[in-house]
Design a protein around this ligand. Structure first.
Ligand code: ADP
Ligand code: MG
Ligand code: MG
Length: 490
């Protein structure tokens, strides 16, 4: 197993932290829950209700407060600050890797054989290269996700999202909710509002889109939000569209991939238009999962956009760079260092790498045997995004045995399982609250914008904490196991 350099952060982990109940006193909870529910409703901290008719289709119908934690979750300040510090280096890494088409093709080549989704993305990438499509303006709105590692006291990266990084808007609102709740709890609680850090992910991510729009330089053009046909997390997206207009005077339109194939067109100089409106920035909140492409129609829509001169967020090469297979390849000795040549920067990134292994090639037999013998120590991951795809525990040996000796192995990676500290927290969902054993995942957003050789933006862009019941493996917020949370820096 790859050894981690443990930062010297004794006593930083919140293992001995008080439970929410101890922080607050249980008699204070019902009134604060009421406060939180009201605050969410009045401040647009909302999602579509899964029981509401058309709640993923028609705005303003079937709304419910977003699943949230009542209180922010203690998180070691030095580790939080480290993760913020490396965000621009991860941005740079994505940009560098995305320019090495040789590396992307060779790393993903074997996965394409058995994974038609990865194959579809690679085909589009190949088509844009063959046509000599040049992208002067590149916009990255990323989110790097981490968990605290109890064993070493460090912070390890789960993955780096380069497409559809969600909850920038609702995450900002949760930080504000938590300040409000801590203030309302007042002297009864042991929490101080100033330890809930400012979180401008909403503004920073939206303003990244606005700056890309400006760099493109067409005052009449719109921003195209590529969305799923039914999206209960629409308010997180609509907040951004609202700010584009309010803060920047930029109009936007929402379309599904199916609609884009019908309404979209390219003119002679590759300008993209949708229903006759010119588009300068395409912002993907769909297109990251095979179910977004039920037929060739949706693949044609993706290709149309990739071949256009509009700024794609992300471009197909940024999208591919976010693949789990690429993450694993970068962790191999010397590979990251080819892209990040500054030794100090490379070391800062590596400090956050967990153990990652390929299932084909040299040494893979050995790691497969290890994972079969100790499945609790590993997570088996396919080339997928969006949650709910990984394989854990007793399912790992069965899957590995099924894959052994087949090409299918190349479409998966093995990752060291990370065990973060467990804490008792109050979770709010559908107007009800409960106290649960939970664990948390920290996301640090990053924005990157380059125009030709000029780097216009490269900065950390706020944060997101997601907290889930300790007993669930994945715990997606939408799937009903996770909530949106914010860190309380200790
Ligand atoms: P996705 O792109 O689908 O979000 P992730 O790599 O983030 O894929 O995995 C989904 C979830 O699975 C994470 O949010 C986390 O809860 C859990 N998970 C992933 N990798 C690990 C790991 N190495 N150790 C522990 N939990 C993990
Ligand atoms: Mg992901
Ligand atoms: Mg994830």
């Amino acid at each position: 197993m790859q050894t981690q350099v443990a930062p010297n952060l004794d006593n930083c982990l919140p293992e001995s932290e008080l439970s929410d109940e101890e922080l607050l006193g249980s008699d204070a909870v019902p009134a604060l829950v009421q406060d939180a529910l009201i605050w969410c409703s009045l401040h647009g901290l909302l999602v579509g209700d899964k029981d509401g008719k058309n709640s993923g289709v028609t705005p303003g119908v079937g709304l419910v407060h977003a699943p949230v934690s009542l209180l922010p979750t203690p998180f070691p300040r030095p580790l939080f600050e480290q993760a913020v510090e490396v965000a621009p280096i991860f941005n740079e890494l994505v940009d560098k890797v995305s320019q090495d088409s040789e590396f992307l093709f060779s790393t993903l080549e074997r996965a394409r054989k058995t994974d038609s989704f990865t194959a579809g993305l690679l085909d589009i990438y190949r088509a844009t290269l063959d046509k000599g499509i040049k992208e002067d303006i590149r916009l990255g709105l990323h989110r790097s996700d981490y968990m605290l590692d109890k064993a070493t006291g460090g912070l390890l990266q789960i993955e780096l999202n380069t497409i559809s990084s969600s909850f920038a808007a609702l995450g900002t609102q949760v930080s504000r909710l938590h300040r409000h709740i801590v203030n309302r709890a007042g002297a009864r609680s042991k929490l101080e509002p100033q330890n809930v850090p400012e979180n401008a992910s909403f503004e920073a991510m939206t303003d990244g889109i606005a700056e890309a729009w400006r760099q493109y330089g067409d005052d009449e053009a719109v921003v195209l939000f590529v969305v799923q046909p039914a999206e209960r997390n629409m308010y997180d997206q609509l907040w951004m569209a609202d700010r584009l207009w309010d803060a920047h005077g930029i109009r936007s339109v929402r379309r599904t991939l199916t609609e884009i194939e019908k309404d979209g067109a390219l003119d002679g100089d590759r300008t993209l238009s949708i229903s006759g409106q010119r588009v300068s920035v395409v912002y993907f909140r769909a297109g990251y999962t095979p179910t977004d492409y039920p037929s060739d129609t949706e693949w044609r829509a993706r290709l149309l956009m990739e071949e256009s001169s509009a700024v794609k967020c992300p471009s197909i090469s940024y999208h591919l760079t976010g693949a789990k297979k690429i993450q694993q390849e970068l962790a191999r000795p010397g590979v990251l260092e080819r892209f990040i040549t500054n030794e100090k920067d490379a070391a800062l990134l590596r400090r956050h790498f967990a153990g990652l292994w390929a299932l084909e090639g040299e040494g893979s037999e050995e790691i497969i045997e290890k994972a079969i013998a100790d499945p609790e120590g590993f997570v088996l991951k396919p080339q997928r995004e969006g949650g709910g795809n990984n394989i854990y525990g007793s399912d790992v040996p069965a899957k590995l045995q099924e894959l052994q000796g087949t090409d299918g192995l190349a479409a998966y990676i093995l990752m060291q399982r990370i065990f973060p500290p467990v804490k008792k927290s109050y979770l709010l969902r559908g107007g009800e609250w409960s106290q649960q054993d939970t664990l948390s995942e920290l996301g640090i957003f990053g924005t990157y914008l380059r125009n030709g050789e000029k780097v216009v933006i490269n900065q950390p862009a706020g944060h997101l904490l997601r907290t889930k019941t300790a007993s669930s493996n994945e715990g997606g917020v939408a799937a009903g196991y996770g909530v949106i949370d914010s860190p309380y820096l200790t």
